[in-house]
Design a protein around this ligand. Structure first.
Ligand SMILES: C[S@@+](CC[C@H](N)C(=O)[O-])C[C@H]1O[C@@H](n2cnc3c(N)ncnc32)[C@H](O)[C@@H]1O
Length: 455
């Protein structure tokens, strides 16, 4: 199976629009800082996305940073036409979309500070994989980073035979993928491991499975092959684009302790962790081989990082982190610079607290970015920005201030489309009463506010 089958799939069926927080330059820059690299501030950076589909990952970034210069490329002319139309209708002018095969993409000497390729590497043939890495090496700026996601052999080793078996059922019974998995589930009732894999696939649903597990090409690699391929193309692997995912967040303290002897060899340590967690996916952060890697994170840099607490407060944490999280709670839902939190706490031993903060970020106990998020409070007439309003009208996910997608049920879309800044909260509540009487409107509106959906 080659690139042709891949191209045909994406021309004939649009990929579901989605944003990916693991590619947000304000978040991936934290991983770069940890590795000793300081990319430019994304607000004035040059951002390139390869395999951008209809632009649902890139357009919210371009809307967030009008001073950034954004470029998206995809082999699907349909998807690019849709991306251009949405940019035009939402008045997003700092983005250009190109319909091209990445192997022939002409970027004529341009440099980019952030290159993103999400959901591309494992789903294209080897020549396109190589072309993608070479493109990054050619077009990254000296301190730029590329975020390239890929499927991992560690978890797919067990998953691929299930895909093969389901394909056989599809052929033999002439059924679609979801039905085939349901049949397989009955046959495999005695094998909990396989049932777990099948259930995980079924949660994705038929649409995503066609592009993912059951795509014409799905070629998982071990992490060391990915890192070596990057090196052979003039790049350097820096780790995961989320510093909390170098060691999979699903691993507990005992597993982490078992990994401790490997701390001097990050690649082996992470591969061992991937195997322990049956990990299926990674988002790799790369830079140029000659990138100016300097000092690792300093106390001063830690003070600049903007942080927010995790969804659920972790148990068994040190008192120093617990105090920090208590202070951070008073800033909810914002992401605020560490320095502000320390000022509120009146902390004297700044280096010690900075260390606590570093460790908490790598453990996923704090979510960090290089730019604060300050949620507007108390607007009398809530207003979605033009891109979110367009998404509401087209029933595609709204992307929040942290780049996470948010989907709604059928009845809610028309209500969202009314949040255009012309109505007060009580007028909107009246609309909600008519359109979706079961909705707890004040709670729902507060949730949207806290996700930074309003201007
Ligand atoms: C699985 S989708 C991922 C879309 C999007 N990046 C995301 O993660 O939501 C893969 C995308 O890569 C594009 N693609 C596949 N082969 C390509 C190639 N050779 N050159 C450029 N784009 C390609 C497809 O058209 C499709 O939009």
């Amino acid at each position: 199976m080659g690139n042709e089958a891949v191209g045909e799939l994406y021309q004939s069926r649009g990929y579901p629009p989605m944003s990916h927080p693991s590619t947000d330059p304000a978040a991936t820059s934290v991983a770069a800082w940890f590795a000793g690299l300081r990319p430019p501030h994304p607000g004035t950076a040059r951002i390139l996305e390869i395999g951008c589909a209809s632009g649902h990952n890139l357009l919210p970034l371009a809307a967030r940073w009008p001073g950034a210069i954004c470029t998206g490329a995809d082999i699907s002319g349909e998807a690019i036409a849709q991306a251009r139309r949405r940019a035009e209708e939402a008045g997003i002018r700092n983005v250009t979309f190109i319909a091209a095969d990445l192997r022939e993409l002409d970027l004529s000497g341009q440099e980019f500070d952030f290159i993103i390729a999400h959901g591309v590497f494992s789903w294209v043939a080897d020549d396109a994989k190589k072309a993608l890495l070479e493109l990054c090496a050619r077009h990254l700026s000296p301190s730029g980073t590329a975020t390239i996601s890929f499927n991992l052999w560690a978890g797919w080793e067990k998953r691929l035979p299930v895909v093969a078996a389901a394909r056989r059922v599809m052929e033999e019974h002439g059924v679609d993928v979801v039905k085939a998995l349901a049949i397989l589930r009955e046959v495999m009732a005695e094998h909990p491991d396989i049932i777990g894999i099948i259930d995980d696939m079924l949660v994705k649903g038929g649409d995503i499975l066609t592009f993912d597990d059951f795509a014409p090409m799905n070629d998982p690699w071990p992490l060391d092959d990915f890192a070596a391929a990057a090196v052979s193309c003039g790049l350097r692997w820096l780790g995961d684009s989320n510093p909390a995912e170098n060691i999979p967040s699903s691993l507990d303290d005992a597993a982490r302790e078992a990994l401790a002897p490997l701390v001097g060899d990050p690649l082996r340590m992470q591969m061992t962790a991937d195997a322990m967690a049956d990990r299926t996916f990674r988002s790799g952060l790369l830079c140029r081989a000659d990138a100016p890697l300097s000092q690792r994170m300093t106390t001063g840099m830690a003070m600049e990082l903007a942080v927010r607490p995790p969804e659920v407060r972790p148990s068994g944490i040190a008192p120093s982190l617990s105090d920090f999280l208590d202070a951070l709670d008073s800033f909810r839902p914002d992401s605020v610079p560490v320095a502000e939190v320390l000022e509120k706490m009146g902390v004297k031993d700044i280096p010690a607290t900075a260390k606590t903060v570093f460790q908490a970020i790598t453990r996923g106990h704090l979510r960090a970015r290089t730019e604060p998020v300050r949620i507007a409070r108390g607007a009398e007439r809530p207003r979605l920005d033009p891109f979110r309003l367009l998404c509401a009208r087209e029933h595609i996910p709204l992307v929040d201030a942290w780049h996470a997608p948010c989907l709604f049920t059928e009845k809610i879309w028309p209500l969202l489309a009314e949040i255009d800044g012309t109505k007060t909260e009580s007028e909107l509540s009246e609309v909600a009463r008519k359109l979706c009487p079961d909705l707890a409107f004040p709670v729902w509106l507060r949730h949207l506010k806290e996700r930074g959906m309003f201007q």
